[in-house]
Design a protein around this ligand. Sequence first.
Ligand code: NAD
Length: 249
Amino acid sequence: MAQAGSAFRLDGRAALVTGAARGIGAEIARVLAGLGANVARADILPETEWESGAAGPRLSLDVTSTATCDAVVDRAAAALGGLDLLVNNAGINAYEAAEATDDAMWNKVIDVNLTGAFRISRAAYRHLSKRTPAAIVNVASTISFIAIKRNVPYGVSKAGLAHMTRILALEWADRNIRVNAVAPTIVPTDMTAGIRADPAYMKMRMAGIPMGRLPSTTDVANAVAFLASSAAGMITGQVLAIDGGVLVQ
Ligand code: NAD
């Protein structure tokens, strides 16, 4: 009989985490490794700007380049002896009024957050489909579901990512590749330093979080680890809110 809780472990699973140099991605890599996974981390930042963290390959990745996505997925699979898990975490934000959002800002945010996750998922499919059961976890956002002012390309990219999660889940279900997402509210990372320094904005956002606190990077990473594990073996196409109750209101 399996040991209690063993379905939550990731022993020997080969994982690639994008945007893993810092913030939520670094914590996801640390938590997956702590549960026994062999983790390759990939990011656009130069090595000097990476947080220290989980051991394992560090790969240079720009998710806006198809060739680089293909190469990084192949390098991760070569280094780890295959690929079982993919976490699409790389992302950027942009705060601007809709009428002042130019094409460059729109295109960049969509390219990184939505098309980038698609490029990596498509590249990873070649490896994941050989190693079933396999799993993809996307890092979406509460803004996948609710409208927040001054955030139109980001919100649209994350809404698209939530729906891409459902479509890929459907398309790849018969290959035993589960595709899910997490949807955090504001997490204290470099990405949110600007908004967290704005007391009026934070007062408004905190009023919408019934549990009265922000999720930590570990809250998000634990949920990603669950969705990646065989404990979530019949869960696919779901977007799990990590939001202290924001979306139930
Ligand atoms: P962060 O800025 O600390 O980390 C994002 C990482 O993605 C960085 O290491 C960055 O270098 C990397 N990245 C950016 N562009 C890239 C590219 N083109 N190719 C490869 N890597 C790239 O922010 P974070 O808060 O840790 O965000 C991680 C993910 O969580 C993002 O997708 C973000 O949208 C999502 N998210 C964050 C919050 C939040 O409040 N912090 C809430 C919901 C969702």
